[in-house]
Design a protein around this ligand. Structure first.
Ligand code: 13P
Length: 281
């Protein structure tokens, strides 16, 4: 059974640990991540972006797929299915109605007032259905913004107001990360993370978890990050492995063999990420 993210993230927050959010793109991605996390006895959040949901066929397909995998593969760890970067009340509602157990409303491009209003609307609906809500403030950019001077950092006072007025369950402040591959030096705002961890009582989320060293991830967790989102890095390790497989096996045309040839690399990547938690004392 799928669960919302409340318990797993609050436990991570209490213990200065982290829950990973790995993005899924297809059946194989979901299966490989679930089986690996299950074998390591580690709760996981499967994130599906609107693009990935459209690619896979729709909200119902994704919810049924993940639910069925959890049942058929006898997955015993807590698994949360999360809408990544929902862009409106409507997209969040569709995810909730289809059976997602958590949603992110990303209204971070709006003004603070508008962001609060849109986020609160999602929270009111989601909480009626026992679904948790994550929201963002200070916009975490993408590759196009990936120049140090363009990276936004959230304002502390606005963060406090945003969390208090919206009633969200987890919070993504812009802390110096970006989505995708980093071009320059990474400048994480550790002091802001610490101050927020000590002054708000919901778990803090780091978006843009790819391309960061294990030291940076460990330090962020120590300062109070409870959820780390990772997408691009897994895509990259999968792509490298598949490229090599195709080069070495030019006559193989079975798509199952080709797509699955990235499995070991993905598993190794996930294992390494989870293992950094063990020496985060
Ligand atoms: P990366 O692609 O940089 O890992 O970011 C993923 C993410 O934040 C998804 O919300």
């Amino acid at each position: 059974m799928l669960v919302n993210s409340k318990k797993m993230l609050m436990e991570a927050r209490e213990n200065y640990q982290v829950v990973y959010h790995f993005n899924i793109n297809n059946l194989e991605w979901a299966k490989i991540i679930l089986e690996k996390c299950n074998s390591m006895n580690t709760p996981v959040i499967l994130g599906a972006s609107l693009g990935a949901i459209k690619y896979m066929g729709g909200f119902n397909v994704v919810a049924s797929l993940v639910n069925s995998l959890v049942n058929d593969l006898d997955i015993h760890i807590p698994v949360c299915l999360h809408l990544d970067h929902g862009d409106s009340f409507d997209s969040c509602k569709k995810a909730i109605d289809a059976g997602f157990t958590s949603v992110m409303i990303d209204a971070s491009k709006l003004s603070l007032e508008e962001n609060i209003k849109e986020t609160k609307k999602v929270v009111d609906y989601a909480h009626l259905k026992n679904v948790t809500v994550e929201a963002e403030l200070g916009h975490v950019g993408g590759i196009e913004d990936n120049v140090a001077s363009n990276i936004l950092v959230a304002d502390y006072d606005e963060c406090i107001r945003f969390v208090n007025e919206t009633g969200i369950d987890s919070f993504t402040p812009a802390i110096g990360t970006v989505h995708g591959i980093y071009k320059g030096e990474v400048n994480i705002q550790y002091d802001l993370i610490k101050k927020l961890r000590d002054n708000i009582d919901v778990p803090l989320v780091m978006h843009g978890g790819s391309g960061l060293s294990h030291d940076i991830l460990r330090k962020s967790i120590k300062c109070g990050i409870s959820k780390i989102n990772v997408n691009s890095d897994i895509q990259y390790v999968w792509m490298e492995a598949v490229k090599q497989f195709i080069n070495n096996n030019p006559n193989v045309y079975d798509p199952r063999k080709i797509i699955y040839s990235g499995k070991d690399a993905m598993e190794k990547f996930i294992e390494d990420k989870i293992n950094i938690l063990n020496d985060n004392k």
